[in-house]
Design a binder for this molecule. Structure first.
Ligand code: SF4
Ligand code: SF4
Length: 299
């Protein structure tokens, strides 16, 4: 995997302790998520709102929602138990930027009380351009944007509506606005030196062949990593609402799309689709050890 010799030192410095951005780091460093962001400003056809945002997390998981104050308490407790915990992310259970007050209150308190912990967030990108200045205030070096299409005609099959300018917008228009906001947000982050990871959910028959173009377009705009994740479609998580019986890709189909993207933006292949309150190394889940009642007992 990529090492310090493959990139400028200032970039290496940003990724060397981040388990999601460096394949090497993911064996040694841990991240945690706090679920402070319940609302969402769009609807993805593969999302069942009873569960965590499936753009950064494994579908079908319900995280314990926290207030910013509870979240800070939890981060400090985890940091004292798990010294390898270097990154704190806000990735739901809705969209981090659809809950700006909660998200940025949490970041502000953490920047003051735990300045060594790197901050990270994940978003669908709709509200990103207007939040870039705020993001840069807290020294957030890493942002994940879920981008499933660069063509609104495909987007229309994935997103039934968005909430935009105080109203619900549907159809092609909704997909076009979302697409423009995603591209603009990505360009703004690149211009400010924030490293971006693009998540794409591979939906067979909808965007499988299209993801090569997504890969090309995000690379052009400076994306650091592209993470192509399989749609996980199981009845108990709520199926794909736009199209009944939509299946997820097989392991071979996923690999074929990932291989077809070689030469474009760098692919992340060690993603574990973690939950919105994940704690620990990627692939390890220690969230049960740090529920609110247990944290209160630690004090
Ligand atoms: Fe669900 Fe996340 Fe999509 Fe919002 S962005 S609808 S929470 S999957
Ligand atoms: Fe990793 Fe995504 Fe969480 Fe950031 S938000 S720490 S990139 S899993």
């Amino acid at each position: 995997s990529a090492g310090p010799e493959d990139m400028p030192p200032e970039i290496w410095d940003k990724i060397k302790n981040h388990p999601c951005y460096s394949e090497e780091a993911h064996h040694h460093y841990a991240r945690m998520h706090v679920a402070v962001a319940p609302a969402c400003n769009i609807q993805c056809n593969y999302c069942n709102r009873k569960y965590d945002c499936s753009n950064e997390s494994r579908p079908g998981v319900v995280s314990q929602k926290l207030t910013p104050e509870q979240a800070v308490k939890k981060v400090l407790a985890v940091a004292s138990e798990i010294p390898q915990m270097t990154v704190l992310g806000i990735a739901g259970p809705g969209d981090a930027l659809a809950n700006p007050k909660k998200t940025f209150d949490t970041f502000r308190m953490l920047a003051e009380q735990a300045p060594d912990i790197k901050l990270c967030l994940s978003t669908n990108g709709l509200a990103l351009p207007e939040m870039v200045e705020e993001i840069c205030k807290y020294n957030i070096d890493h942002v994940t944007i879920t981008i499933n299409m660069v063509d609104p005609a495909i987007g229309e099959k994935i997103y039934p509506w968005i909430f935009w300018d105080h109203k619900r917008v549907t159809g092609l228009e909704a997909a076009r606005i979302l697409h423009e906001q995603q591209m603009k947000g990505l360009e703004m982050l690149t211009a400010r030196g924030v490293l971006t990871k693009i998540n794409s959910v591979l939906i067979p028959g909808i965007n499988d062949e299209h993801l090569i173009e997504v890969n090309r377009e995000v690379k052009k705009r400076g994306a650091f990593l592209h993470n192509i994740m399989p749609l996980i479609s199981e009845a108990e998580h709520g199926t794909y609402f736009g199209l009944n019986g939509q299946r997820g890709p097989s392991a071979q189909e996923l690999k074929a799309v990932q291989d077809a993207c070689m030469g474009g933006a760098n692919l992340m292949r060690h993603c574990r689709q973690c939950r919105a309150d994940a704690v620990g190394l990627l692939g390890e889940d220690r969230s049960d050890e740090f529920t609110l009642d247990k944290i209160e007992q630690m004090e």
